[in-house]
Design a protein around this ligand. Structure first.
Ligand code: TYM
Length: 348
């Protein structure tokens, strides 16, 4: 084995990559924890690459008709939320084969022990771990490939993806060390803002998720104004008014969640929200939150619906994005094949 080498990060220009699974409709958690922040990064003028990760989605069986629909709907959500396909690269993962090619190489870098410690795998597999797909176990190594096929340096995600990004760093370090190269950057997770972990509206200790069996637990980006307002009005809370300081929310997960959601939607800090609503009952706070949520989400939903009327146009955008993504990832993955010692003798 080659000598370990240091990886000076300055050698890698800033590039953002992130992805969302089309395994169901998108939620308020996806919007506040990911999409809204993806747009902010684009507006900062950084190179941004965003992906509907359909290959990840099939680690759990997906109805093919729904998968296609959800992939297009996710892309529509990106655009409706403010992603400009001319400035950001927007595509679906399966159209760029570099991801799975590098994913296989990373399967040979990642260790069984590392993968076995992934809490999301343990949560998703539950007691059924003998019967889940091999792909679900290997999922985080494909995720590392998504990022590193572009040598991305920064990855905006919600808090639940933190462990996967640590694994991505471990894979990059081991690859660089095993082959004695300074090839892959060690990525920085970007987990910031008031809503890095939006919780269920029915249980403040559980993450809001598109796979929760209860639709009341989440706000979907496809919900209309009435449904959003109703779900917020019915959200679980406690009988106390909002406290004077953030500290007073410590043991009140549902109240804390609603304050965080308000803050993220308004673009304020949770401290500011508490200052404005100190002493308010939920009878006052919930309608204010419902109004704010409708004001921010309704235009996105309407634009998504409009875009979904023309699926051919969405496919065209994804195809163009995939061509641009491929132009970056192909030479990187070709260099990886050289580094690991594959004979490369085809002419095309
Ligand atoms: P996924 O599809 O579960 O979620 C997409 C993004 O939304 C964030 N998110 C949340 N943020 C705050 N509160 C919530 N309740 C909430 N629910 C979801 C997630 O953290 C994520 O940022 N493995 C990834 C997809 C992926 C990926 C990648 C991400 C595949 N390859 C490469 C970044 C880079 C996933 O399943 O996200």
């Amino acid at each position: 084995m080659a000598e370990p080498v240091q990886t000076p990060q300055a050698a890698f220009p800033t590039r953002i990559f992130s992805g969302i699974q089309p395994s169901g409709g998108l939620t308020l958690g996806n919007y506040l924890g990911a999409l809204k922040r993806f747009v902010e990064k684009q507006e900062e003028g950084i190179e941004t690459i965003y992906c509907m990760v359909d290959m990840h989605a099939i680690t759990v069986w997906q109805d093919p008709v729904k998968l296609r629909q959800q992939t297009r709907e996710g892309a529509a959500a990106f655009i409706a939320a403010g992603i400009d396909p001319a400035r950001s690269i927007l595509f679906n993962q399966s159209q760029v084969s570099a991801h799975v090619e590098l994913g296989w190489i990373f399967n040979c870098i990642a260790r069984m022990g590392w993968m076995s410690r992934m809490t999301q795998f343990k949560d998703k597999a539950g007691k059924n771990s003998e019967n889940v797909s091999l792909g679900l176990f290997a999922y985080p190594s494909l995720m590392a490939a998504d990022i590193l096929a572009y040598k991305a340096t920064h990855v905006p995600v919600g808090d639940d993806q933190k462990q996967h990004l640590e694994l991505c760093r471990d894979i990059a370090i081991k690859f660089n060390n095993d082959y004695g190269v300074n090839f892959f950057p060690i990525v920085e997770p970007v987990i910031e803002g008031a809503a890095t972990r939006v919780m269920s509206l029915r249980d403040g200790t559980k993450k809001m998720s598109k796979s929760d069996p209860s639709d009341q637990s989440r706000i979907n980006l496809t919900d209309d104004a009435d449904t959003i307002a109703k779900k917020i009005r019915k959200a679980k809370t406690d009988p106390e008014p909002l406290p004077e300081t953030l500290d007073g929310l410590k043991d009140r997960p549902e109240a804390r969640n609603l304050v965080n959601i308000y803050a993220a939607l308004a673009g304020h800090t949770p401290e500011q929200v508490i200052r404005d609503y100190a002493g308010a009952q939920f009878g006052t706070f919930k309608p204010a939150l419902a109004d704010l949520a409708v004001e921010k989400l309704e235009p996105i939903t309407l634009e998504m619906n409009r875009l979904m009327q023309d699926p051919a146009e969405i496919d065209r955008i994804l195809g163009q994005g995939a061509d641009r993504a491929d132009a970056i990832a192909r030479p990187i993955v070709d260099q990886v094949y050289d580094i690991v010692g594959m004979v490369r003798s085809r002419r095309s």
